[in-house]
Design a protein around this ligand. Structure first.
Ligand code: 16G
Ligand code: MG
Length: 565
């Protein structure tokens, strides 16, 4: 590292000492904390993003958001060149950077890591796209990020404004593929491909086009955040005739971000979000989280404020049913399609939080289901190992990934089928539908806006109401609890968090407790975002699930000791 670079880093770092008494860690999805603690961390995340850009010689993304957390929190996470989460082997470096107590130590950490990674400080120009959600702390943290990026010579911060997290990931991916990569291009791509999907799914419906077309209504809870605002813009561009979308809690009405609203609230509390009421009874409703990377659906019953939830597991099941259906049409009477012997591999990726009834349902469909630890980075990575990888967390994070070889095969198949068939064969329709879906769904990360458009198209195609969809299977009653402990890192899990390997003896005790309940299933894991141990229990009745969760929470207390705080 040359002297000019060293002194630039030293002088800028001196302006951002780390917060006293708070040690932040990169966690499941970046750094998150009260916004007042974050200027130094975001500055350092800027340095990290610039180094990542230098190392990969690609465009990197930096997103300032705390997703579904309260409005006074904020956070920062990095997007890799493909639009995926930051490579996990850089996370310890992120932690060391954030923790460096002085500018001198920070310089040492950077120099050591740059040496190990063979990063060359040659002044070559690299870009970091910086996006943020609607939090009031965003502008000042944006300045900190820009200064961090600018303290690496050659790195340039590009302020891409207020965006959803998936928009930023999409833009990073598009930039590195040298395709059109602005926010407008994203919105254009979504509206164009939704029109294409609608056309393929509606006009190519076996037996006619008009029967499933009806003026239908969807009411969306925008969490008073960026997703609501972007959906209003998208709605204008879509100019839909067969679907009326209303957006409540768009952020334009002045409600507080994530307060009594949004996908996290709806999924965890199972209560009608603010702004929704009797006028929405029986209507299909959806909820986005604060940065629009989570999506859940629900209905408002007339008799209570408890919603009927249609969660990420059901969205996954809807997508899986549709894709399986199209693949089987494609492979049926498939003179042409079996000749090449290509059998696409579908993988369904869930976490231990997936309701057991969803996993059983998906397996009964004959699908391969695998579990990963909690966190998009794990699910996404696993899903890339299939021709079609469909992943979702119950909380509504998820997407569908199509491999490049599969898309090439599908494209070739589509052309081949259209050249041999008189008119449009069923097989060709199926190929066109799958191709259209691959254009609509965000390949970089779970995206509530594109996921929602796909749900809407598939429901119309199947002719299903939200109630019909919800009845694909019945969720087993479940209960989640959190337990404060002295040291959550004392819990170490294995097998996608379904088993505890430390402290010794606790797993046996959990097993003995679980065995007392019909259809009982229970696991514990340290949270990646809060200082707690989480307990999840499932059983054949709600009382049984509650009781199992309570007993296991007591076991956690007994084995780990209650926190003094
Ligand atoms: C973060 C993760 C989410 C996960 C949640 C678990 C991303 C983008 N977000 O929100 O996937 O479900 O953390 O939180 O990865 P927990 O570790 O506190 O239970
Ligand atoms: Mg989020």
């Amino acid at each position: 590292m040359e002297e000019a670079q060293r002194s630039l880093l030293l002088s800028s770092a001196a302006r951002f000492p780390p917060p006293e008494g708070a040690r932040l860690s990169y966690g499941t999805a970046g750094f998150r904390a009260d916004a007042s603690l974050l200027r130094s961390t975001v500055f350092r995340a800027g340095i990290l993003a610039a180094l990542r850009a230098l190392k990969t010689r690609s465009v990197i993304g930096l997103m300032i958001t705390a997703s579904h957390n309260k409005v006074s929190d904020n956070g920062v996470k990095i997007s890799d060149p493909s639009g995926e989460m930051l490579s996990q082997d850089w996370e310890p470096f992120a932690d060391s950077l954030a923790a460096a107590p002085t500018a001198d130590r920070l310089l040492e950490v950077v120099a050591e890591f740059a040496g190990l990674q063979r990063i060359e400080f040659d002044g070559g120009k690299v870009e970091v796209l910086v996006g943020r959600d609607t939090r009031p702390s965003g502008p000042s943290l944006l300045e900190a990020a820009k200064l961090g990026i600018g303290s690496i010579i050659g790195a340039v911060a590009v302020d891409v404004g207020i965006l959803t997290t998936p928009q930023l990931h999409w833009m990073v991916r598009a930039s590195n593929r040298s395709t059109q990569a602005s926010e407008f291009d994203y919105l254009e791509q979504l509206s164009r491909s939704f029109r294409l999907v609608s056309w393929c799914l509606m006009d190519l419906i076996p037996g006619g086009s008009e029967s499933n077309k009806k003026n239908d209504k969807l009411v969306v809870d925008g969490a008073n955040g960026v997703g609501g605002e972007k959906l209003l813009v998208l709605k204008e561009m879509l100019n839909l005739k067969d679907l009326e979308i209303e957006v409540w809690n768009s952020g334009r009405e002045g409600g507080v971000l994530n307060e009594g609203v949004g996908a996290d609230f709806v999924q965890k509390e199972k209560v009608v979000p603010s702004g929704f009421g009797l006028q929405d009874v029986g209507i299909r409703c959806a909820s986005l989280d604060g940065d629009a990377d989570r999506l859940v659906y629900f209905t408002v019953p007339s008799y209570s404020n408890k919603i009927e939830l249609v969660d990420g597991d059901k969205i996954l099941s809807l997508f899986a049913v549709f894709i399986k259906e199209q693949l089987s049409i494609l492979n049926k009477e498939a003179g042409a399609s079996t000749e090449d012997g290509y059998q696409p591999r579908i993988g369904i990726v869930q976490t231990a939080y997936a309701n057991g009834a969803s996993t059983d349902y998906l397996k009964q469909l004959g699908l391969e289901v695998v579990l990963t630890p909690t966190g998009v980075k794990y699910l996404h990575h696993k899903a890339t190992q299939y021709d079609i990888g469909i992943y979702f967390e119950a909380n509504g994070h998820g997407t569908i990934l199509f491999s490049e070889p599969f898309l090439h095969w599908l494209d070739a198949k589509n052309s081949e089928l259209s050249s041999v068939a008189e008119g449009c064969s069923e097989q060709q329709k199926a190929a066109s539908r799958l191709l259209a879906v691959s254009k609509l769904i965000n390949p970089a990360v779970g995206d509530a806006l594109s996921g929602m458009l796909l749900v809407e198209a598939i429901l119309q195609y199947e002719g299903w109401s939200i109630h019909r969809w919800s009845q694909l299977y019945h969720d087993l009653p479940s209960k989640q609890l959190k337990v404060k402990v002295a040291d959550r890192t004392a819990v170490v899990t294995a097998n996608a968090e379904t088993e505890v390997v430390k402290p010794p003896g606790i797993q046996e005790a959990i097993n003995a407790e679980t065995a007392k309940y019909p259809k009982g299933r229970c696991f514990i894991r340290p949270s990646g975002t809060e200082d707690v141990i989480r307990v999840y229990a499932e059983a054949s009745t709600q009382d049984a699930a509650d009781s199992l969760a309570n007993s296991v929470a007591q076991l956690v207390d007994k084995f780990l000791g209650h926190s003094s705080s």
